[in-house]
Write a protein that binds this ligand. Sequence first.
Ligand code: 5GP
Length: 191
Amino acid sequence: MSEPQKRGNVVVITGPSGVGKGTIVKQILAKFNDIVLSVSATTRKIRPGERNGVEYYFKSVEEFKNLIDEGQMLEWAIFADNYYGTFKDAVKEKINEGKDVILEIEVQGAMQVKDKLPESILIFIAPPSLEELKTRLVGRATETPEVVMKRLKIAEEELKTTNKFKYVVKNDNLELAIKEVENIILNEREN
Ligand code: 5GP
């Protein structure tokens, strides 16, 4: 008889906007073929190059509120005036198949996952400094200056919550930060 399937882990990558979460997640997905990404829903406007169902499921506010009411969200939050959330069933399905699922989400959502699924692996990605984060967010040029300022203000608050997370990885060298995240996931799998 075959061994029962071991359930996968939920890996949460959190931290301020612009810190490099997305880049780290892409690299982790490229390195592990047994880790999949949870594609979130959001009400923010689609950016050039983004595809519905790939980076996000883009929803109207009404559609998003319905998803919440129907109990479809594992977690959700309002970030810089837009809703963002993780689909509960998609995550459940993947971990039941024995795959690890990565959630790339902001801090309020990460705290909800910590409450609901305390066995999750929570990793906070921190910038070398707020100044550096500002340079990165401005350089990324995906948002208007007003939105950049809003995201930086949120970042200041988010950086006060690092003590809530088991793992804090400082992203001042991308390669090292990726390696650190990789090691955390491998070590947690052994537990
Ligand atoms: P962006 O608009 O730059 O794509 O994302 C803004 C912030 O929302 C980022 O910090 C991103 O990690 C976070 N985010 C993306 N998806 C989710 C989600 O499903 N839930 C929560 N709570 N935050 C999310």
